[in-house]
Design a protein around this ligand. Sequence first.
Ligand SMILES: Nc1ncnc2c1ncn2[C@@H]1O[C@H](COP(=O)(O)OP(=O)(O)OP(=O)(O)O)[C@@H](O)[C@H]1O
Ligand SMILES: [Mg+2]
Length: 240
Amino acid sequence: MTQRMTDQLVLDDVSVRYGDVVAVDGVAASAEPGEITAVTGHSGAGKTSLLWAIGGLLDDGRSSGSIALGDMAIGGEVSSRDAGAVLIPQGSALAEVLTARDNIAIPLVAAGMSGAEATALADRTLASVGLDEHAGHLAEELSGGQRQRVAVARGLALSSLRLESGSLLLLADEPTSELDHDTRERVVALLQDIARRGGIVLLATHDPEVAEVAAAHWHLEDGRLTATRECQAVSRILPM
Ligand SMILES: Nc1ncnc2c1ncn2[C@@H]1O[C@H](COP(=O)(O)OP(=O)(O)OP(=O)(O)O)[C@@H](O)[C@H]1O
Ligand SMILES: [Mg+2]
């Protein structure tokens, strides 16, 4: 596997089609390592589809256009995996009959970590989202917000692993939609920390307060990128 430090992410003419539905329409944009880029737009605007295209997660033929880290094409010399793509999926996607700890530790082991290290990292990241007392609970026993925090913790743990070995592209798809104010601030601070450690963080959100902390902003309308800004005050300028 090629290992690279995170470089600028550059999209050119990226589209996603599901049959006749054009979910993402010719997006051209860039995102910098060290920053959170907020991805906003109404429900159905194409946020998830765009993140999945970047993560190389769509079935063959559904996405087109060019996605590159610096001058290296993703999907060519560099796969999404080489680029360090990590997804925090919308809706959490936990294995119901596994504990919170194992939902995190098993993907870490699959990514090459030893069992003991994976368990320790799982417990640390669960503690960082306030779930230290729930590590041994089955996912099906957790509330919606707790499940979302487990999914965030899993993404953060995998991100730490990726940052140790090279490039990170964290695709966080509405990771705070079910959280109360304080927990949401805690999760956003953890995402900022991942960005500061050199990763690219793309953060899809409907929440203007969350978008406001991002250094950069992509706004989608019916699959088209209608605004892109590198500034702190963008959410006061763009329609949310
Ligand atoms: N697997 C699929 N098959 C067909 N159409 C799809 C599929 N997935 C998404 N779509 C359509 O693509 C468009 C964009 O969907 P997408 O999930 O990317 O939007 P979104 O911005 O993430 O919305 P939300 O804020 O509700 O999560 C929508 O019109 C949706 O109905
Ligand atoms: Mg979505």
